[in-house]
Design a protein around this ligand. Sequence first.
Ligand code: HEM
Length: 142
Amino acid sequence: MIPIQQNPHYQAIGGEQGIRALVQRFYRLMDSLPETREIRAMHADLGVAEEKLVAFLSGWMGGPPLYAQKFGPPRLRARHMPFPIDERARDQWMYCMDRAMQEEGLDSGLREQLHAAFLRVANSMRNQGEAAQHAHHHPHPH
Ligand code: HEM
């Protein structure tokens, strides 16, 4: 997980309001884009997902650690284990987030930094496929 101090974007994005607007747009896109229906199908209630992602991003971006306060330690990789996340799922998630950041009008410098930070987390969530095995150093004889 990226230490909070290295991702001090809370003010730049407009605090909790800005985060909520981004997350609402993110899930609305996920809910409507045909090309991301595989990850949409993994989610149950998008309202619950919205609350949790807003709470997580608040702390992750250097604001109040709402997720830890409400739900305990994030342990995101463990919490994603029930879902088969491969490169394709990661790309669908990143596509929704990149598009949400663009549509919310975040400036391009902020978008670039957040893209890189989101990508690191999204990569670490992979638990299926070739890249997931390499990422976790399982031997892979040729
Ligand atoms: C890599 C692709 C990803 C996929 C396919 C994915 C999918 C999911 C799914 C299916 C859930 C459960 C929703 C439900 O219970 O209905 C979830 C929860 C969550 N995701 Fe992701 N996710 C991904 C990446 C990320 C990333 C990059 C972040 C953070 C930057 C994130 C943050 C969260 C949070 C905070 C929750 C709520 C955890 C909980 O309390 O249960 N996810 N995700």
